[in-house]
Design a protein around this ligand. Sequence first.
Ligand code: ZN
Length: 343
Amino acid sequence: MPLVSMRQLLDEASKRGYGVGAFNVNNMEQIQAIMEAARETQSPVIVQASRGARSYSQDKFLYHLMLAATELYPEIPTVLHLDHGNSVETCKSAIELGFTSVMMDGSLMPDGKTPSSFEYNVQATREVVEYAHARGVTVEGEIGVLGGIEDGHGAGGTGLEHVTDPDQAVEFVEKTGLDALAIAIGTSHGAYKFTKKPDGSVLKMDRLMEIHKRLPNVHLVMHGSSSVPKDLQDIINKYGGSLKPTWGVPVEEIQLGIKNGVRKINVDTDNRLAITGAIRKVLFETPEKFDPRDYMKPAREAMKKVVAERMTQFGQAGHAGDYAPISLKEMTKFYAESAVVAK
Ligand SMILES: [Zn+2]
């Protein structure tokens, strides 16, 4: 099946009350790891690429790898999503290349670190929505600012400075007509999210529930939602790495989010840790090896294991065969009709 619309995946997830992991990729092995995990667990899946990933891979390579994925795994509904588009132009170029979903992160200025005004965010997101929906492509927007600065997005800090305001979220959705909304509830990008196990003082799950109550039909997105498990940190440190102790978002908190409107969960760091740990182990234990496949294979396997575990925990496992994919062309009709209803 061709790459599918993220809106359809999230609508289906909403009907049945599960979440869908969105996993970041830069290369072939990561795509293979995700697709193998999806097949093993029979999961629909979102594969996403940031601006950094697009430039690392000369995005055409990435796009064609994803086409290979849809050929080799025809039973898996697969979305190709742009993570943190920093400008209208970046989003348009992703759509032209063939992405079936884009994030316009207008919470920050195009430099990817300076918090923007609400008006700028509305205007930029609205422009992307008009362009994308006319092509059947899904749009995710963001209101509030995430912490952490890894990969050039997020405004730095602890993530608590710009927690999403529910009134603003409602106004933002009404004015933009987007499909999915990323909210800031205290999570950060990167490995160093929390210096202790997070509780209500740092992870604002109550805020998430309030926003869901006000916007029950909007698909919510949790960014920076790796769990940063200790066993993955330990493998890296055991084989010569030096990660400082750190905590991520506990899976139980994500599951609570899924009960309260969260449909897309972004996970990147956990997979990076799994890959790096596996590579370090091989190189440390067998320093005579030099064929990249000797460490890329275990790395791919380690990532697959983490992804499959998250797919099961988020509830998307077993749902790959629930529905037939809607083409982007049909999605344009859906958007045209819902716009008429809205007027
Ligand atoms: Zn993010």
